[in-house]
Design a binder for this molecule. Structure first.
Ligand code: C2E
Ligand code: MG
Ligand code: MG
Length: 665
């Protein structure tokens, strides 16, 4: 869950960052391209002007150099419209033609399209063009000092006028002096239109980029919203899902303002959902789930959440003050839910996990830093799983005992494989005696877990866990092969062996090749099949009856005896007895306990024994603890007794001692 959550926010962030970076790169690239185009164009225009003007001034210099001092060159050039000046190396003006507005200190400016340079001086009066660090720099004419001047200038150009931007080009003469010729950039309507066009293009570009940015931003947000909606939407209720509850619930729980508020995570399982779907339809079932979700949400306050978890289970995060109030509130919600459908009884199993208030080392209440809602939901589910009556709604709070139970289940599951591999499971044997002769006639193999870490455990502590997680099959194999090996060893040691029964779980019993599996294990040990008996509990007979009959027949064909364990403990399976070719009926210990009058109990027991006999079955009475019971059972013709009166389940070595006795004359 956390992985998924992290993955989502990472993808979200990555997405946002990628879009942002792409937008910035795109805008920068667009502007750079624009700048390069504008710059190249301007340089090209200026370059062309400089090149032609440079050539003209150099030509003038050639004329002056060629003519010598006779004044013919001056006379010739005097007729040109160009202002020009000759200065010596000290900057002394030697000759002026036209007006001398040439600024001092020429600087070389490199042409854009070649390596050539042209020496440039600014014009003193209308300095607009300056040489600067090897290239041209532009500045508005000095007389344009404010906006109105600029408007006047632009107005002038607009009316067909021209604005002149002069500069001077210097070229050396042979005699060491320098010729300065005036050049003019003429700015006219065309230039204005071009400049305005460029300005408009630039503004349009910026606008375009802005619009693009806004579109991308809005579409990003919409995409994000859509993604969030899909990600947090439950595919059946169409409302928010567990992921959403998890994220928002955790946020709320960790808020400072809720540090002192008690919260509970409630798991509500609609238990007869599958039945409902069978009676109606899946579509109606899903419609019902939507209604349940709607009604639960209707009952919630601010900062309380509800979402479907899996199947027909809903998780609800609520606030409460007192536990009793919380129970009343859940009861009210349940009553509302149960009233959704009058034709079908709706039942809910509700588990409640109370989320603790966080405290520091001094016991002071602090803000919750972290809350594991997955773990809390599991606690709630563990609590509701203890409700046995599936037909009625019920509410169970998860408490310390359940917490310990839950931890123990985890411990067993974590250790089961290693315990099996390390042979930590031990076979105990409980003898079965003939009540008439007190002779040892058989035994039942019962498992114990002798764990170096967790101590000595009876089967009640782990068999139900193995039954629910499937590990029971491996345990059954383990027991059969260990008992078969023990029997072989006893035979080899000259014991007079007796049949030993092994419990086979109901999950295992319906496997079609069970008889083959067991035969193989017993054969591997080299043990005669008649020394192994198999017990299956009465309740298993309610599973696949046909499969059970097949398995029992196959086991019997393979020479094994089969007994029905715990007969009378649950629902009566008298009907099953007529179909199942069983060898032994084991009367449950319940027959000999409980509140019922002794006389009535005795009637039931004697009738059960008679029934078994008529069906050609032997009987074993389990859980017999006193002499009167033994005498009564002996009188009724019960074949064997397995109970504390004779012996408790014992380790192999103790059992061997009892076996030896049977050999004594
Ligand atoms: P079960 O097969 O009905 O075994 C009889 C249980 O009754 C044993 O409990 C035994 O110790 C107990 N018992 C026998 N006589 C008396 C008596 O006089 N008084 C009292 N109070 N109890 C008596 P245990 O060993 O605790 O086993 C409990 C259950 O665990 C077994 O019931 C069986 O269902 C299951 N189990 C035990 N070992 C295995 C195994 O290897 N495989 C499987 N699948 N289940 C096993
Ligand atoms: Mg048994
Ligand atoms: Mg039993």
């Amino acid at each position: 869950m956390n992985k998924k959550k992290k993955g989502f926010s990472k993808a979200n962030k990555t997405n946002a960052w990628t879009i942002l970076v792409l937008i910035i790169v795109f805008i920068m690239a667009l502007q750079a391209i624009f700048m390069v185009i504008v710059d190249s164009f301007l340089r090209y225009v200026v370059d062309a002007k400089l090149r032609s003007e440079g050539e003209n001034i150099r030509y003038m210099a050639w004329l002056v150099d060629s003519a010598g001092d006779d004044g013919s060159a001056v006379a010739l050039l005097g007729g040109s419209e160009r202002d020009w000046v000759i200065r010596d190396a000290n900057g002394e003006t030697l000759h002026v033609e036209g007006r001398d507005t040439c600024g001092s200190d020429p600087q070389a400016v490199r042409l854009f399209t070649s390596q050539e340079t042209v020496d440039i001086c600014p014009d003193k009066e209308q300095g607009f063009i300056y040489p600067r660090k090897g290239s041209l720099s532009f500045r508005l004419p000095d007389d344009i000092s404010d906006e109105s001047d600029l408007k006047t200038l632009l107005g002038k150009i607009d009316q067909g006028g021209k604005v002149r931007f002069p500069f001077w080009i210097a070229t050396p003469l042979k005699d060491g002096t320098t010729l300065y010729g005036k050049s003019v950039f003429v700015f006219d309507r065309f230039h204005l239109a071009y400049s305005l066009g460029m300005l408009v293009a630039f503004v349009a570009l910026v606008l375009f980029q802005l619009i693009l940015l806004v579109i991308l931003f809005i579409s990003g947000i919409l995409r994000q919203q859509l993604l969030t909606k899909v990600f947090f939407m439950d595919d059946i209720t169409n409302a928010r899902n567990w992921m959403w509850l998890h994220i928002n619930g955790t946020k709320v729980l960790c808020r400072r303002k809720y540090a002192k508020t008690r919260f509970a995570l409630v798991g509500m399982a609609f238990v007869n959902y599958h039945n409902f779907c069978l009676c109606h339809s899946v579509a109606e079932g899903e419609e019902l789930l939507r209604e349940i979700d709607h009604r639960i949400r209707r009952a919630l306050n601010k900062d309380e959440f509800c979402a479907r978890h899996v199947g027909a289970e809903f998780a609800v995060l609520v606030q409460y003050v007192e536990r009793d109030d919380l129970k009343n509130r859940i009861t009210e919600i349940l009553e509302d839910l149960e009233s959704i459908d009058n034709t079908h009884k709706l039942s809910f199993h509700v588990g409640v996990a109370l989320i603790p208030i966080a405290t520091d080392n001094n016991g002071k209440i602090v803000r919750r830093r972290e809350v594991d809602l997955d773990a809390n939901y599991n606690y709630a589910r563990a609590a509701s799983a203890t409700i046995k009556d599936s037909d009625a709604s019920g509410i169970v709070f998860f408490d310390e005992a359940l917490m310990e139970e839950q931890k123990w289940i985890d411990t067993v599951q974590e250790n089961q494989k290693a315990a099996l591999a390390n042979e930590e499971f031990e076979v105990y044997y409980q003898p079965k005696y003939d009540p008439k002769t007190d002779e040892l006639r058989g035994a039942e193999a019962l498992i114990r877990w002798n764990s170096p870490k967790y101590g000595f455990k009876g089967p009640g502590a782990f068999i139900p866990i193995f039954e629910s997680n499937g590990f029971i099959k491996e345990i059954d194999h383990y027991m059969v092969s260990h008992v078969a090996r023990d029997q072989r060893a006893w035979l080899d040691q000259g014991y007079k062996c007796i049949p030993v029964s092994v419990n086979i779980s109901r999950a295992h019993f319906i496997e079609t090749d069970l008889a083959e599996q067991i035969s193989k294990m017993v054969d591997e040990a080299g043990t005669p099949h008649e020394l192994i008996e198999l017990e299956v509990t009465e309740s298993a007979f309610f599973d696949d009856k046909q499969a059970m009959i097949e398995t029992i027949k196959k086991l019997k064909d393979n020479g094994f005896e089969v007994s029905m364990d715990d007969f009378g403990s649950g629902y009566s399976s008298l009907n099953s007895l007529k179909d199942m070719p069983l060898d032994v009926l084991k009367l449950d210990a319940e027959f000999f306990r409980g509140e019922a009058e002794a006389e009535r109990k005795n009637i039931v027991v004697s009738e059960a024994i008679r029934l078994a006999k008529n069906l050609n079955m032997r009987t074993v009475a389990e859980g017999v603890e006193d002499k009167d019971q033994v005498d009564f059972l002996a009188g009724q013709g019960c074949d064997m007794i397995q109970g504390y009166f004779y012996a408790k389940p014992m380790p192999k070595t103790d059992f061997e001692k009892r076996m030896k006795k049977t050999e004594e004359p």
